[in-house]
Design a protein around this ligand. Structure first.
Ligand code: FAD
Ligand code: FES
Length: 273
């Protein structure tokens, strides 16, 4: 259920490359968030609140905390980045659906581009708790944009890094790394049916990042017949299904709202192979 509240800033950390990690003391009257869901965060001096995905949710000494990871790109995020410990932040959420997690323990392939790491990190923590095998693909433009590398490494069975500046991991796009890996998966199919699409052990893919990256990943994953879930972004105004500002059209011509039916969608709604 979406609830409005004012949450206290417990901690704020300015990371590299304009990223900010904002930790808020959670209001226990609010529904606990699931990976993929987001909140509207309302900076004091902007009329419209900003949508930010849940990056983490955890308890310490019987208190619940929610964490947001965002990149400063404009006025709203700039103002959020200026918050101080003890400030109160108006928020509403949790909003939207969440990443479906299959009951059977199939390999989870997470593919994050840039700030797409925000929701996928939370998903990885949940998959790790449930003992899923996690193959994490993480690509950024510049190596200083790689966030939480050690923590992601600890959560992942296998971690693949790409940077466009080539200073860390493989130089180039994360989609190239993924393409190579899917090639490997296919050869394993022949050997042991590990990634047989119809079988229970086929992997499931979760993607978040720039639209062009999502499109390319889906091209690869759907060609490899891998079940794929994508998390979409757009400009959101109300976050509650009222303003219709976040409408996207599916392949079949259906109009869906990112804030209501999303932000997580089955990739086959938008892409096909
Ligand atoms: C469901 C959802 C979840 C999100 N989760 C995160 C998150 O976890 N971390 C994070 O850093 N960001 C996230 N975003 C994006 C974030 O909401 C925007 O960056 C933020 O609203 C920008 O506000 P601003 O006032 O700082 O910038 P503005 O002044 O509003 O915009 C600055 C620049 O960013 C562009 N922009 C703004 N919003 C978007 C958008 N949604 N898509 C593409 N371009 C945009 C504008 O066109 C402009 O060029 C999410 C967006 C959505 C829809
Ligand atoms: S943001 Fe208003 S309907 Fe989705």
């Amino acid at each position: 259920m979406i609830t409005y509240s004012r949450l206290k800033v417990a901690h704020i950390r300015h990371l590299k490359a304009g990223y900010v990690l904002l930790t808020l003391l959670y209001d226990n009257q609010m529904t606990p968030p699931q990976p993929g869901q987001f909140f509207m965060l309302k900076p004091r001096n902007t009329i419209i609140a900003r949508p930010i995905s849940v990056h983490n949710f955890f308890s310490v000494l019987k208190k619940n905390y929610i964490e947001f990871l965002f990149k400063v790109v404009g006025r709203g995020t700039e103002e959020l980045s200026d918050m101080k410990k003890g400030d109160m932040l108006p928020v509403w959420g949790p909003i939207g659906n969440s990443f479906p997690i299959p009951e059977d323990k199939r390999t989870a392939v997470l593919i994050a581009g840039g700030r797409g790491i925000a929701p996928l990190f939370f998903l990885a923590t949940r998959l790790f708790e449930k003992k899923y095998e996690i193959h994490f693909f993480y690509g950024v433009k510049n190596s200083d944009e790689l966030i939480h590398l050690l923590r992601i490494k600890n959560l992942s069975t296998k971690l693949y890094i790409s940077t466009e500046d080539g200073k860390k991991g493989k130089k180039g796009f994360v989609t190239n790394l993924f393409q190579d890996a899917v090639g490997n998966y296919s050869s394993q199919v022949k050997e042991n049916l590990l990634f047989d699409y119809e079988g229970k052990k086929s992997p499931v893919c979760y993607v978040c990042g720039p639209d062009i990256m999502i499109e390319k990943v889906c091209d690869i994953s759907l060609t490899g017949r891998i079940k794929t879930y994508i998390s979409l972004e757009s400009h959101l105004a109300c976050g509650t299904g009222v303003c219709l500002g976040c409408t996207v059209e599916t392949r079949g011509g259906r109009l869906l709202h990112i804030c209501k039916e999303g932000p997580v969608f089955d990739a086959e709604e938008f892409y096909c192979k």
